[in-house]
Design a protein around this ligand. Sequence first.
Ligand code: AMP
Ligand code: MG
Length: 349
Amino acid sequence: MKTKMQKADKQGTAVAEAGRVLREGGLVAFPTETVYGLGGNALDAGAAEKIYAAKGRPSDNPLIVHIARMESVYELAAEVPETAKKLMDAFWPGPLTIIFRKAAHIPYETTGGLETVGIRFPDHPVAQALIEAAGVPVAAPSANTSGRPSPTTAEHVWEDMEGKIDWILDGGSVGIGVESTIIDVTGEVPMILRPGYVTKQMAEAVIGPVATDAAVTRQVDETVRPKAPGMKYRHYAPKAPLTIVEGEQRAVVARINALTDQAIAKGKRCGVIATDETQALYKQGSVLSVGSRSSEESIAHNLYAVLRAFDAEGVDVIYSEGFQDDHLGSAIMNRLRKAAGHKEIYVNS
Ligand code: AMP
Ligand code: MG
Protein backbone atom coordinates (compact mmCIF):
# COMPACT_ATOMS: atom_id res chain seq x y z
CA MET A 1 0.00 0.00 0.00
CA LYS A 2 1.22 3.50 -0.82
CA THR A 3 0.90 5.81 2.18
CA LYS A 4 0.08 9.44 1.49
CA MET A 5 1.47 12.00 3.95
CA GLN A 6 0.13 15.53 3.69
CA LYS A 7 0.05 18.65 5.86
CA ALA A 8 -3.34 19.59 7.23
CA ASP A 9 -3.80 22.81 5.20
CA LYS A 10 -5.91 25.79 6.26
CA GLN A 11 -8.40 25.28 3.40
CA GLY A 12 -9.15 21.81 4.75
CA THR A 13 -8.54 20.01 1.43
CA ALA A 14 -6.37 17.31 3.00
CA VAL A 15 -8.78 16.88 5.92
CA ALA A 16 -11.75 16.50 3.57
CA GLU A 17 -9.96 13.85 1.51
CA ALA A 18 -8.73 11.98 4.60
CA GLY A 19 -12.27 12.10 6.05
CA ARG A 20 -13.57 10.39 2.92
CA VAL A 21 -10.90 7.68 3.26
CA LEU A 22 -12.08 7.02 6.84
CA ARG A 23 -15.73 6.90 5.86
CA GLU A 24 -14.92 4.37 3.14
CA GLY A 25 -13.16 2.01 5.58
CA GLY A 26 -9.53 3.15 5.18
CA LEU A 27 -6.99 4.11 7.86
CA VAL A 28 -5.76 7.65 8.58
CA ALA A 29 -3.18 8.70 11.18
CA PHE A 30 -3.88 12.14 12.63
CA PRO A 31 -2.60 14.52 15.32
CA THR A 32 -4.38 14.98 18.63
CA GLU A 33 -3.28 17.07 21.62
CA THR A 34 -1.84 13.93 23.30
CA VAL A 35 -0.11 11.75 20.64
CA TYR A 36 -0.82 10.81 16.99
CA GLY A 37 -3.76 8.42 16.58
CA LEU A 38 -4.31 5.70 13.99
CA GLY A 39 -7.95 6.15 12.97
CA GLY A 40 -10.57 3.94 11.38
CA ASN A 41 -14.40 3.96 11.34
CA ALA A 42 -15.36 2.80 14.86
CA LEU A 43 -18.61 1.28 13.59
CA ASP A 44 -16.88 -0.84 10.95
CA ALA A 45 -15.49 -4.16 12.26
CA GLY A 46 -13.27 -4.45 9.19
CA ALA A 47 -11.61 -1.09 9.87
CA ALA A 48 -10.86 -2.12 13.45
CA GLU A 49 -9.25 -5.33 12.19
CA LYS A 50 -7.09 -3.29 9.82
CA ILE A 51 -5.92 -1.14 12.75
CA TYR A 52 -4.82 -4.21 14.72
CA ALA A 53 -3.00 -5.55 11.64
CA ALA A 54 -1.18 -2.26 10.92
CA LYS A 55 -0.03 -1.94 14.55
CA GLY A 56 0.70 -5.63 15.04
CA ARG A 57 -1.44 -5.25 18.15
CA PRO A 58 -3.21 -8.11 19.95
CA SER A 59 -6.92 -7.80 19.17
CA ASP A 60 -8.02 -8.06 22.83
CA ASN A 61 -6.54 -4.60 23.43
CA PRO A 62 -9.47 -2.22 22.85
CA LEU A 63 -9.45 0.98 20.78
CA ILE A 64 -10.52 4.41 22.02
CA VAL A 65 -13.43 5.94 20.09
CA HIS A 66 -12.96 9.63 19.19
CA ILE A 67 -15.85 12.04 18.72
CA ALA A 68 -16.04 15.73 17.77
CA ARG A 69 -19.27 16.74 19.55
CA MET A 70 -20.37 16.22 23.11
CA GLU A 71 -23.76 14.77 22.10
CA SER A 72 -22.20 11.89 20.13
CA VAL A 73 -21.52 10.15 23.43
CA TYR A 74 -25.26 9.44 23.82
CA GLU A 75 -25.24 7.44 20.57
CA LEU A 76 -22.24 5.33 21.58
CA ALA A 77 -22.79 4.71 25.30
CA ALA A 78 -25.62 2.54 26.61
CA GLU A 79 -25.74 4.78 29.69
CA VAL A 80 -24.14 8.10 30.66
CA PRO A 81 -23.77 8.28 34.47
CA GLU A 82 -23.81 11.60 36.37
CA THR A 83 -20.09 11.28 37.19
CA ALA A 84 -19.34 11.01 33.47
CA LYS A 85 -21.40 14.12 32.70
CA LYS A 86 -19.43 16.08 35.30
CA LEU A 87 -16.13 14.87 33.84
CA MET A 88 -17.27 15.68 30.28
CA ASP A 89 -18.29 19.21 31.33
CA ALA A 90 -14.99 19.80 33.08
CA PHE A 91 -12.49 18.17 30.71
CA TRP A 92 -13.96 17.74 27.21
CA PRO A 93 -12.71 18.49 24.70
CA GLY A 94 -9.46 17.32 26.23
CA PRO A 95 -7.04 14.55 27.17
CA LEU A 96 -9.50 12.37 29.10
CA THR A 97 -10.95 9.04 27.93
CA ILE A 98 -14.08 7.88 29.76
CA ILE A 99 -15.13 4.21 29.86
CA PHE A 100 -18.89 3.62 29.37
CA ARG A 101 -21.09 0.58 28.86
CA LYS A 102 -21.18 0.28 25.09
CA ALA A 103 -24.19 0.75 22.79
CA ALA A 104 -25.19 -2.41 20.94
CA HIS A 105 -24.10 -1.22 17.49
CA ILE A 106 -20.43 -0.75 18.40
CA PRO A 107 -18.68 -3.88 17.12
CA TYR A 108 -16.70 -6.05 19.55
CA GLU A 109 -13.76 -5.71 17.17
CA THR A 110 -13.54 -2.05 18.26
CA THR A 111 -13.86 -2.80 22.00
CA GLY A 112 -11.52 -5.80 22.06
CA GLY A 113 -14.47 -8.05 22.95
CA LEU A 114 -15.52 -5.92 25.94
CA GLU A 115 -19.03 -4.72 26.88
CA THR A 116 -17.53 -1.29 27.53
CA VAL A 117 -16.21 1.41 25.24
CA GLY A 118 -13.61 4.13 25.84
CA ILE A 119 -14.69 7.51 24.40
CA ARG A 120 -12.74 10.73 24.00
CA PHE A 121 -13.42 14.18 22.53
CA PRO A 122 -9.95 15.42 21.57
CA ASP A 123 -8.98 19.09 21.85
CA HIS A 124 -7.13 19.47 18.55
CA PRO A 125 -8.50 21.39 15.55
CA VAL A 126 -7.22 18.86 12.97
CA ALA A 127 -8.60 15.86 14.91
CA GLN A 128 -11.98 17.56 15.32
CA ALA A 129 -12.17 18.61 11.64
CA LEU A 130 -11.21 15.10 10.52
CA ILE A 131 -13.88 13.40 12.66
CA GLU A 132 -16.48 15.87 11.36
CA ALA A 133 -15.35 15.27 7.78
CA ALA A 134 -15.53 11.49 8.27
CA GLY A 135 -19.07 11.76 9.62
CA VAL A 136 -18.48 8.66 11.78
CA PRO A 137 -16.92 8.09 15.22
CA VAL A 138 -13.21 7.34 14.81
CA ALA A 139 -11.57 4.42 16.63
CA ALA A 140 -7.94 5.31 17.20
CA PRO A 141 -5.18 3.82 19.30
CA SER A 142 -1.77 5.50 19.21
CA ALA A 143 -0.26 5.35 15.70
CA ASN A 144 2.84 3.35 16.63
CA THR A 145 3.79 -0.25 15.99
CA SER A 146 2.64 -2.21 19.05
CA GLY A 147 5.34 -2.10 21.73
CA ARG A 148 7.11 1.00 20.38
CA PRO A 149 6.89 4.48 21.94
CA SER A 150 3.82 6.45 20.84
CA PRO A 151 4.39 8.92 17.99
CA THR A 152 4.49 12.63 18.79
CA THR A 153 5.35 13.81 15.24
CA ALA A 154 4.14 12.80 11.75
CA GLU A 155 7.68 11.57 11.02
CA HIS A 156 7.42 9.09 13.93
CA VAL A 157 4.19 7.79 12.38
CA TRP A 158 5.91 7.46 8.99
CA GLU A 159 8.72 5.39 10.61
CA ASP A 160 6.20 2.84 11.89
CA MET A 161 3.28 2.96 9.44
CA GLU A 162 4.68 3.71 5.98
CA GLY A 163 3.22 1.18 3.52
CA LYS A 164 0.66 -0.07 6.08
CA ILE A 165 -2.00 2.67 6.14
CA ASP A 166 -3.68 4.96 3.59
CA TRP A 167 -2.98 8.40 4.97
CA ILE A 168 -0.94 10.43 7.47
CA LEU A 169 -2.29 13.91 8.24
CA ASP A 170 0.69 15.99 9.34
CA GLY A 171 -0.22 18.50 12.02
CA GLY A 172 3.30 19.07 13.37
CA SER A 173 4.56 18.12 16.81
CA VAL A 174 1.80 17.39 19.37
CA GLY A 175 1.44 19.44 22.56
CA ILE A 176 1.12 17.07 25.52
CA GLY A 177 3.14 14.07 24.39
CA VAL A 178 1.68 11.30 26.60
CA GLU A 179 -1.61 9.45 26.00
CA SER A 180 -4.94 10.49 27.53
CA THR A 181 -5.94 9.74 31.09
CA ILE A 182 -8.38 6.79 31.13
CA ILE A 183 -11.08 6.76 33.80
CA ASP A 184 -13.69 4.03 34.26
CA VAL A 185 -17.04 5.24 35.60
CA THR A 186 -18.94 1.96 35.18
CA GLY A 187 -18.07 0.69 38.68
CA GLU A 188 -19.00 1.98 42.13
CA VAL A 189 -15.86 4.08 42.55
CA PRO A 190 -14.42 5.92 39.53
CA MET A 191 -11.11 4.28 38.68
CA ILE A 192 -8.07 5.60 36.82
CA LEU A 193 -6.86 2.88 34.45
CA ARG A 194 -4.12 4.98 32.90
CA PRO A 195 -2.71 8.26 34.28
CA GLY A 196 -2.34 11.21 31.91
CA TYR A 197 -2.48 14.98 31.70
CA VAL A 198 -5.78 15.08 33.63
CA THR A 199 -4.48 14.04 37.03
CA LYS A 200 -6.23 12.18 39.87
CA GLN A 201 -6.32 15.45 41.83
CA MET A 202 -7.98 17.28 38.94
CA ALA A 203 -10.63 14.57 38.56
CA GLU A 204 -11.25 14.44 42.33
CA ALA A 205 -11.90 18.18 42.40
CA VAL A 206 -14.87 17.52 40.10
CA ILE A 207 -16.29 14.12 41.17
CA GLY A 208 -14.83 13.36 44.61
CA PRO A 209 -12.75 10.29 45.51
CA VAL A 210 -11.13 8.44 42.61
CA ALA A 211 -9.17 5.18 42.88
CA THR A 212 -6.16 4.15 40.82
CA ASP A 213 -5.96 0.64 39.38
CA ALA A 214 -3.11 -1.38 40.91
CA ALA A 215 -1.71 -2.18 37.46
CA VAL A 216 -0.82 1.50 36.97
CA THR A 217 2.22 1.32 39.21
CA ARG A 218 3.16 -2.33 39.30
CA GLN A 219 3.48 -5.14 36.83
CA VAL A 220 0.32 -7.22 36.44
CA ASP A 221 0.35 -10.98 36.51
CA GLU A 222 -0.01 -12.58 33.06
CA THR A 223 -2.91 -14.70 34.34
CA VAL A 224 -5.27 -11.91 35.46
CA ARG A 225 -7.41 -10.09 32.95
CA PRO A 226 -6.78 -6.42 33.74
CA LYS A 227 -9.48 -3.78 33.32
CA ALA A 228 -7.62 -1.97 30.56
CA PRO A 229 -6.22 -4.90 28.59
CA GLY A 230 -3.42 -2.66 27.36
CA MET A 231 -1.99 -2.70 30.86
CA LYS A 232 -0.68 -6.25 30.60
CA TYR A 233 1.51 -5.66 27.56
CA ARG A 234 5.05 -4.35 27.59
CA HIS A 235 4.22 -1.02 26.05
CA TYR A 236 5.97 2.18 25.10
CA ALA A 237 9.21 0.26 24.84
CA PRO A 238 12.51 1.35 23.33
CA LYS A 239 14.63 -1.32 21.58
CA ALA A 240 17.41 -1.28 24.20
CA PRO A 241 16.76 -2.42 27.78
CA LEU A 242 16.02 0.55 30.03
CA THR A 243 16.66 0.88 33.77
CA ILE A 244 15.29 3.71 35.93
CA VAL A 245 17.48 5.00 38.75
CA GLU A 246 15.60 6.81 41.51
CA GLY A 247 16.61 8.67 44.67
CA GLU A 248 18.38 11.85 45.68
CA GLN A 249 19.73 13.66 42.62
CA ARG A 250 23.49 13.50 43.36
CA ALA A 251 23.29 9.81 44.23
CA VAL A 252 21.33 9.09 41.05
CA VAL A 253 23.92 10.86 38.88
CA ALA A 254 26.76 8.99 40.62
CA ARG A 255 25.04 5.62 40.15
CA ILE A 256 24.26 6.22 36.50
CA ASN A 257 27.87 7.30 35.91
CA ALA A 258 29.04 4.06 37.57
CA LEU A 259 26.63 1.96 35.50
CA THR A 260 27.69 3.56 32.22
CA ASP A 261 31.37 3.02 33.22
CA GLN A 262 30.71 -0.70 33.66
CA ALA A 263 28.69 -1.03 30.47
CA ILE A 264 31.23 0.85 28.37
CA ALA A 265 34.02 -1.35 29.77
CA LYS A 266 32.07 -4.29 28.33
CA GLY A 267 31.96 -2.59 24.95
CA LYS A 268 28.32 -1.48 25.20
CA ARG A 269 26.92 1.78 23.87
CA CYS A 270 24.96 3.65 26.52
CA GLY A 271 22.13 6.14 26.41
CA VAL A 272 21.37 8.35 29.41
CA ILE A 273 18.02 10.11 29.93
CA ALA A 274 19.00 13.22 31.89
CA THR A 275 17.31 16.53 32.64
CA ASP A 276 18.39 20.11 31.90
CA GLU A 277 19.55 20.33 35.51
CA THR A 278 21.84 17.26 35.34
CA GLN A 279 22.85 16.83 31.70
CA ALA A 280 26.34 18.33 32.19
CA LEU A 281 27.08 15.97 35.13
CA TYR A 282 27.20 12.80 33.03
CA LYS A 283 30.67 11.82 31.94
CA GLN A 284 30.02 9.47 29.05
CA GLY A 285 27.54 7.75 26.81
CA SER A 286 24.99 9.50 24.70
CA VAL A 287 23.28 11.93 27.07
CA LEU A 288 19.91 13.45 26.16
CA SER A 289 17.91 15.85 28.29
CA VAL A 290 14.21 15.01 28.41
CA GLY A 291 13.31 18.47 29.73
CA SER A 292 13.49 20.57 32.86
CA ARG A 293 12.51 19.37 36.33
CA SER A 294 10.84 22.76 36.77
CA SER A 295 8.34 21.80 34.01
CA GLU A 296 6.77 18.32 34.03
CA GLU A 297 5.02 19.40 30.83
CA SER A 298 8.37 19.63 29.05
CA ILE A 299 9.29 16.11 30.19
CA ALA A 300 5.96 14.61 29.05
CA HIS A 301 6.33 16.42 25.73
CA ASN A 302 9.84 15.06 24.99
CA LEU A 303 9.78 11.59 26.56
CA TYR A 304 8.80 9.48 23.53
CA ALA A 305 11.00 11.45 21.11
CA VAL A 306 14.00 10.76 23.37
CA LEU A 307 13.20 7.02 23.49
CA ARG A 308 12.90 6.97 19.70
CA ALA A 309 16.17 8.89 19.32
CA PHE A 310 17.96 6.12 21.26
CA ASP A 311 16.33 3.52 18.99
CA ALA A 312 17.64 5.37 15.94
CA GLU A 313 21.10 5.66 17.48
CA GLY A 314 21.13 1.94 18.26
CA VAL A 315 22.40 2.12 21.84
CA ASP A 316 22.67 -1.20 23.75
CA VAL A 317 21.44 -0.02 27.17
CA ILE A 318 19.58 3.03 28.50
CA TYR A 319 19.64 4.49 32.02
CA SER A 320 17.07 7.08 33.04
CA GLU A 321 16.61 9.34 36.01
CA GLY A 322 13.30 8.84 37.83
CA PHE A 323 10.61 11.48 38.42
CA GLN A 324 8.17 12.48 41.14
CA ASP A 325 5.26 10.01 41.05
CA ASP A 326 2.58 12.67 41.50
CA HIS A 327 0.37 14.90 39.31
CA LEU A 328 1.63 14.77 35.69
CA GLY A 329 4.69 12.96 37.04
CA SER A 330 2.43 9.91 37.61
CA ALA A 331 1.82 9.69 33.87
CA ILE A 332 5.52 10.16 33.12
CA MET A 333 6.58 7.45 35.61
CA ASN A 334 3.82 5.08 34.41
CA ARG A 335 5.13 5.29 30.81
CA LEU A 336 8.77 5.13 31.87
CA ARG A 337 8.12 2.07 34.07
CA LYS A 338 6.41 0.28 31.21
CA ALA A 339 9.27 1.16 28.88
CA ALA A 340 11.64 -0.27 31.50
CA GLY A 341 9.56 -3.40 32.07
CA HIS A 342 9.50 -2.17 35.71
CA LYS A 343 13.29 -2.37 36.12
CA GLU A 344 14.03 0.22 38.83
CA ILE A 345 16.98 0.85 41.14
CA TYR A 346 16.63 2.97 44.30
CA VAL A 347 19.74 4.72 45.58
CA ASN A 348 20.41 6.56 48.82
CA SER A 349 22.95 9.30 49.31
P1 AMP B 1 -3.77 3.58 22.94
O1 AMP B 1 -4.76 4.54 22.39
O2 AMP B 1 -2.88 2.93 21.94
O3 AMP B 1 -2.99 4.19 24.02
O4 AMP B 1 -4.59 2.37 23.55
C1 AMP B 1 -5.84 2.51 24.08
C2 AMP B 1 -5.85 2.13 25.51
O5 AMP B 1 -7.16 2.35 26.03
C3 AMP B 1 -5.52 0.67 25.70
O6 AMP B 1 -4.56 0.51 26.71
C4 AMP B 1 -6.83 0.07 26.11
O7 AMP B 1 -6.67 -1.03 26.96
C5 AMP B 1 -7.59 1.22 26.75
N1 AMP B 1 -9.03 1.06 26.55
C6 AMP B 1 -9.74 1.35 25.45
N2 AMP B 1 -11.02 1.00 25.59
C7 AMP B 1 -11.15 0.45 26.82
C8 AMP B 1 -12.23 -0.14 27.55
N3 AMP B 1 -13.45 -0.27 27.04
N4 AMP B 1 -11.97 -0.58 28.78
C9 AMP B 1 -10.74 -0.47 29.31
N5 AMP B 1 -9.68 0.06 28.66
C10 AMP B 1 -9.88 0.51 27.43
MG1 MG C 1 -0.70 3.03 22.49
